[in-house]
Each structure stands twice: as C-alpha cells, then as structure tokens.
Design a protein around this ligand. Structure first.
Ligand code: SF4
Length: 286
C-alpha cells in the first residue's frame, strides 16, 4: 500500500479567540501540538493554552514526555489536576506543587463519589480531565473558548458523536487531525523520524500503557500486561477495589487478574497471541 503523507493543512490554524489545546500526553496529541505550533511559526497566540490533565495514574514516561515536548518545542504546557477543594490545581514543572504520581486525584474523586468509575459510570474522564481544564480556562478569564481535540481521521465515529452532542458547555470543539486527514499510521511514521519519543511500547499501533495505566476501558490484555510486568502499579487498582468494596469490571477483579497474570507464560502477552481479549472501548484519548 502506498503511504500518503497528509498534505499540509490549514486545519492546524487555530480559530480566533481563546483556545484550549488538549494534550493527553500521548503521541497523537503530541503530533497535533507540534503541527499547530508549526502552523503558527512556533509561537501560539497569546490566548491559546496547552493543557495536560494529570490523574496521578499516568506512567512516569508520560510525564517525562509532556515535559520534554514543552522544553524542546518551547511551548508552555499547563498541568492541571482535580482538587477536591478548588476543583483544580496547577502542578508540575515550573510550579511549587509536584504532580501526583500515586493516583491521589483519582483517589480523592473516589472518596467524593463513594464508588468506583466503570464502563457504564465513567465519571473519571469528566471530573479528572474535562472539568479541571474548564476550571482553569474560567480562572484564566475566558467565558467561552474553542477546545482543540486530537481525534484522528480514523476515529470518525468519535468526531461524529462529539459533533452530534448538543453541548451546553462553554466551548465548541475543533478536530485539527481529523480535518487534516491524519491517521494513526501518519502519527507513528512522524514520531519515528523525531529526535525523541514517548518512551512507552507501541503494540499494534496503540500505546497500552498510555493514559491511566490500569484504565478500565483498556482491553483485558492491556490490563493483564500491567499486572504481569508492573505488579506494583496493578496493585494500586486492586487496593482501590478492596477499600471501596466494588470492582472496575463486572467480570474480573484486579486481584483475580493479578493472580491470573502471575500464573501465565510470557507468550500470552505477545502481540500475536489472542489468548486474552484485546478489544478496548475507546475512552480517554491518547
Ligand atoms: S484514562 Fe480511563 S481511568 Fe483514566 S480518566 Fe480516562 S477513562 Fe478514567
């Protein structure tokens, strides 16, 4: 198959007015950020802001990648976290508040709600990611804005579904990668030519350790991989279930998954092996 690189596109030019560029800490949103910067001669408009929402369950490699993008591309990236008192707080590089790395915002949200998020009640995206960004934009003085989201051209259904939502929110969405015709393959090829990268493995074009490490939207295989090779990180999810008295999945608890993963041979986790379900369910964007 011939590989066609997307033509340079006006899609990366930001609209007039305030913009929140959503950066999840993955390769796709990193690609989007670089191309937006490129379309603005390396300098974002004063009212365009890059926001990274830290849940406390991102891998250390993700946090290092976010910092490296900011440093290498000379673009400020604001790290926001859920805070029970104020709704959000600003953390990480350039602040006097270290970013959470042990799931503290996630746990604070669980304490507030009293139960665990799951595939049906997925309130963590809203509370840990969407709302802290919104609160930050309001705090920065913007009553309304545009939100730049890194949905790709191969994620048409997500774009259609988002566009169909009758938003009562303060922002409208723009999808530069979708407009530019960028697919997962374009993103991977572009990163392969860069002097740095997200230092997490890619499996079948996906980053199973991206976003929250044990996200319940990830496939059984991705979660079992975490249990097998990062047991300490997997145990955090098991402890959350133990303390709450529930589980993230109706079919299997993290204690069961950890026990299962410990008993398997390494080949079970190979990309080619289909002994474990590898279907994921969308979720927070990479
Ligand atoms: S990555 Fe998963 S667990 Fe984390 S906030 Fe998003 S949906 Fe929730």
């Amino acid at each position: 198959m011939t590989f066609i690189y997307p033509l340079s596109s006006k899609a990366y030019r930001l609209p007039d007015g305030p913009v929140a560029i959503q950066f999840s800490g993955g390769r796709t949103s990193g690609y989007m950020l670089w191309h937006i910067l490129d379309a603005h001669e390396g300098q974002l408009p004063a009212d365009a802001h890059v926001l990274f929402q830290n849940t406390g369950r991102e891998m250390p490699e993700t946090l290092a990648f976010v910092e490296e993008c900011a440093d290498r591309w000379n673009v400020p990236i604001t790290w926001v976290e859920f805070d029970r008192e104020d709704g959000f707080c600003v953390v990480g590089p350039g602040t006097n508040r270290p970013a959470s790395t042990h799931g503290e915002p996630f746990e604070a949200l669980r304490d507030l709600r009293g139960f665990l998020p799951n595939r049906v009640a997925r309130f963590c995206t809203q509370e840990l990611k969407v709302r802290p960004s919104k609160k930050w934009m309001l705090w920065a003085g913007y009553p309304r804005w545009t939100s730049a989201i890194g949905f790709r051209a191969d994620e048409k259904s997500r774009v259609i579904s988002r566009r169909a939502q009758k938003s009562k929110e303060r922002w409208t969405c723009t999808f530069p990668l979708f407009e530019a015709g960028v697919t997962r393959r374009h993103v991977a090829t572009w990163w392969a030519g860069q002097p740095f990268d997200l230092n997490l493995p890619t499996v079948s074009g996906k980053t199973p350790l991206g976003n929250c490490d044990g996200c319940f939207l990830k496939s059984e295989k991705a979660r079992a991989f975490l249990a097998r090779y990062y047991p300490d990180r997997a145990r955090w999810w098991a402890e959350m279930e133990g303390r709450t008295g529930g589980s993230f999945h109706k079919d299997i608890t993290w204690d069961q998954l950890i026990a299962f993963a410990e008993a398997q041979s390494d080949w079970v986790f190979d990309a080619e092996c289909d002994a474990l379900c590898d279907a994921d369910f969308g979720g927070c964007h990479d």
